[in-house]
Design a protein around this ligand. Sequence first.
Ligand SMILES: [Fe+2]
Length: 388
Amino acid sequence: MPFYHKLGEIPHKRHTQFRKPDGSLYREEVMGLEGFSGIQSLLYHHFLPPRVLKVEELNGAVTEYADFGALRHRAFKTVDFPAGGDPVSARRVLLGNNDVTLGISRPTRSMEYFYRNAQAYEVWFTHEGSGVLRTQFGKLPFLPGDYIVIPYGTTWQMKLNTPEARFFVIESPSQIEPPKRYRNQYGQLLEHSPYSERDIRLPGELEVFTERGEFEVRVKVRNGITRHILDHHPLDVVGWDGYLYPWVFSIHDFEPITGRVHQPPPSHQTFQGWNFVVCSFVPRLFDYHPQAIPAPYNHSNVNSDEVIYYCDGNFMSRKGIDKYDITLHPSGLPHGPQPGATEASIGATKTEELAVMVDTFHPLNVAVNALELEKPEYMNSWLDGTGE
Ligand SMILES: [Fe+2]
């Protein structure tokens, strides 16, 4: 998150001697994006950061995509998505392109190892379950509705407080951040932004372990997973400061922007990445023009594929879509409310819908993993009635 934060003990001046109680030096690490040109933090470790006892190549991390076939709207039912494993191992990508991948994870246990994605930002939208993200920047407790934003290079481990959890996971080789148009030249969120810095939850309670032993860190990079065995605990940071760290924003803290007539999708924007946006549809009052039609107009996303993950409530413009479903409205084909949904929306004063939308500016591929979840009848859901 582009504002300054610090935790734990740090020396008065950067790059100067900072000593442990026994007189030996703490080890300084600069962790920054885009070489030394992006946001960065300075971390002070108990152990030398490059110390790795063993390295081992585990497996590839390339998603297999299916042939898209004829252009059509598609929907996927994830209610019965296979549960099991820890959050990282339970994750399956369902849709993706070179800019972003979208997946589901339904873990049934906590992680025993640590994980670092060195090639992508990750946003874990917590649909169900709760727990704690343990990181070298401190702890981040999370609850249903939380977007957990994890920058590349962060070493973390997720512990669950519930027997099961369900996440919608967004992974991108680009930085995922608040939209630029919500921020001033100093990075501060502006008055028209649907959330402010007070809604951002920062890492707290720095865990500092100085024990030795064997600790596993799985690193994702070069589209593969490498296992590193360290001879020290990976959470050995006694203090850090800077702009680069994981953070949490709850969808329930997104303040919806409403109007007399229907507000377009950018009013729901929550994050931006390279060639995609993330939007939040939250409970809100509907449009208040006396002749308003709260349901959206038909729209052609000419340069955009649109994905919606339905979390809760009754999504006003969709029929035949259930909680946990994912729809994909690809570019090249208009979409809009199903027959009857427009009329049904007239006179409604509010909605309780909760959904996460990702719009990508290049076409998305459908993963082989997603095919068995597909609702093939979805494309026909606009054919009821007279068609007028
Ligand atoms: Fe749409």
